[in-house]
Structure formats: C-alpha cells, structure tokens
Design a protein around this ligand. Structure first.
Ligand SMILES: [Zn+2]
Ligand SMILES: [Zn+2]
Length: 332
C-alpha cells in the first residue's frame, strides 16, 4: 500500500529566484561544447550587462579620472588620495545608490528580491548593532583603502618600468585577449581565496565577518575583515607578470569595487522605468550566504561542480547541502 502520510510543505526560502535549477557556464562540460561555450562567452559580454559596464567604466576612469603616470613615478599621498577619492565616489554611487533605491526607498518593492529578511537592526553581531552601518564601515574603511593601495602600487610599477605596459596600438591581440581573460582570472583568484577562507581558524577569525550577512545588501559586498579585503584586491598583482594596460588593471579592480556591491544587492535586477531592467544580483553567491558550504566560486568556475559543492537552488540542492553538513559533523 502506498504511504499516505502527506509530506509537509517546504518552507518558502526565497521570495524570488531565477529559473531553477541554476546552470553553470558550459566551458567545463565534458564532452566539450565549443559552440555553446562560445555563445555563453559572447552573452557574458552583452553590452547591457555588468561585465561590459566594468570595462566602459575602466576606460572612462583611465582617461579622465586617474593620475598621470609621470606623477606616479614617486610614491606620494596626493595622487594616491585622488585614487581613493575617485573610488569613494564610485562606491557611494553604486552601493549607496543601490541601497537607497532598493532598500530604503524600495522603488520596486519586493520585485526581483531574493530574501525577504530585512537589513538587521539591533543585532549584536554587527558593529553599531546595525547591518548597514557595519557594512559601510568595513567597505569605506579597509576595503577602499586596499583597493587604493594595490592600484597605486601598479601605477608606481608601470611608471618605473617594473611592470610591462602595453597599449592597444602596440599589442592589439594581447590587449583584447587580456580583456577576455581577466574575468577568468578574477573567478580563479576569488574561488581559491574564498575556499581557503572557509578552512578552520581562517573562517572563524577572518571570513566569518563577511558571513554575518546571511541576507545581503549592496553594502555587504565589500564588508569583510581587513585581512580578506587585503587579499581580495591582491589579484591585481598578476600584472607584475602579464604585460597590460592600466585599463586592464582598472577592469579587474572594478570586478570588486563595483561587482561586489552589485552581486550582493539582494535583488536579481534593478528595474529601470516600467519595462527595462538591469541584471545585478548573483543568486549563485546568494545561495552561499544562505547555506555556507556550497557555491564557493562563480557561475563560470568549475570547482564547485567538481568538488560536489554546487547548489543549484532547488530543494534537492538544499538536501544535498544538509546531508554534507550532517556527514561533516558526524565525522567530527
Ligand atoms: Zn564564504
Ligand atoms: Zn559574499
């Protein structure tokens, strides 16, 4: 006889999700899918999406809002301060603007919002007992400082010939190739740093600060222990090994300076006008904030699938993570 006990309905975790199961990039599928991968790559460069925006901002910032390299030949606070100030403005516009629109004035109510939990107030785990203030403090303090320092170091290196500088005219093929490769490098560095930060005391002492944010808002993206923000921007040091243009450096840095606030915005899209929308959120990473032991990387990196830590957003994915957690605890 069939079991007639009704299974209790599952508690609804999300207010909104993208189509489930979420899918990762086909780059690493076996057998290889070259056509599908090429299509996916081209889509990732959609001019109406974030990646393209980072690149445009990198060009604009290098052309009009960066110190001349001649000044950067000697380390001096005046040009470094200009970089700090410009990044401050960018972060205030992106994180501050998104916070005001989506969370404070709620311009689109709960449309495209992942998690219905509010930004925490009165919770002791946050500095100032306020999630947004805590997040702003760690973003505008250490994260902004390290973004400035690593960028300044690259300018100093270019200006003094320690790092090889190219231009589009001198190396057009490498110039373009590097633009395509930088997001791959950003994903690689992010995964391995992040995976390491989930090990033992590194988690408790360092990365747990970022994970205070179970639900995330735009200010949560760069809200982390100073040790973590120090190493997050460390990926810039790749340009000591690869010939590059300052635009490449900025393009990589903006993956964090702009990309972290947008990907943590807590909303899949921001609505622009009545029908238009712009993709912001990263449900892949939102799942990581909710379940911890899954989705350490990004849509485009293969390791979560290879190491069986991929959560596809479905109920089966939830069970898988719970089962992993149970095994880990019982083995302790
Ligand atoms: Zn984490
Ligand atoms: Zn995060």
């Amino acid at each position: 006889m069939a079991d007639s006990t009704p299974t209790p309905p599952r508690r609804k975790i999300w207010n909104y999700t993208p189509a489930l199961p979420i899918k990762t990039a086909p780059y690493w599928d076996w057998p290889m899918k070259p056509l599908k991968s090429m299509k996916y790559l081209l889509q990732s460069w959609n001019p109406m999406a974030q990646r393209f925006l980072f690149l445009v901002v990198a060009f604009v910032v290098w052309t009009w809002f960066s110190p001349d390299l001649e000044r950067a030949q000697t380390l001096s606070l005046d040009w470094m301060f200009e970089i700090w100030l410009r990044d401050l403005v960018i972060i205030m516009v992106v994180a501050g603007g998104l916070h005001l629109a989506l969370w404070k004035h709620r311009t689109q109510q709960d449309e495209y919002r992942y998690d219905m939990r509010p930004m925490a107030k009165g919770a002791k785990i946050f500095y100032f007992k306020n999630q947004v203030w805590d997040n702003m403090f760690w973003t505008l303090g250490p994260a902004l400082l390290f973004a400035t320092l690593w960028e300044s170091l690259m300018w100093y290196a270019f200006a003094n010939g320690w790092a090889t500088m190219i231009s589009f005219d001198s190396n057009p093929v490498w110039f373009i190739a590097l633009i395509v490769l930088i997001p791959v490098w950003a994903g690689f560095h992010f995964y391995w740093l992040h995976r390491l930060l989930h090990v033992g005391k590194l988690y408790t002492w360092v990365h747990a600060w970022h994970h205070k944010n179970i639900n995330t808002g735009p200010w949560s993206g760069l809200a982390m222990h100073p040790v973590e923000s120090f190493f997050l921007f460390f990926d810039t040091m790749i340009f000591f090994f690869l010939p590059a243009n300052p635009v490449h450096v900025l393009f990589l840095i903006f993956h964090h300076v702009i990309g972290a606030p947008t990907s943590h915005a807590g909303f899949e899209n921001i609505k622009l006008g009545k029908d238009a929308k712009f993709g912001l959120g990263d449900f892949y990473h939102q799942l990581h904030h909710k379940f911890f032991d899954c989705n350490y990387g990004t849509w485009e990196t293969p390791w979560d699938e290879w190491f069986k830590t991929f959560h596809d957003g479905t109920d089966e994915g939830n069970d898988l993570v719970k089962e992993r957690r149970r095994k880990i605890w019982s083995s302790k």
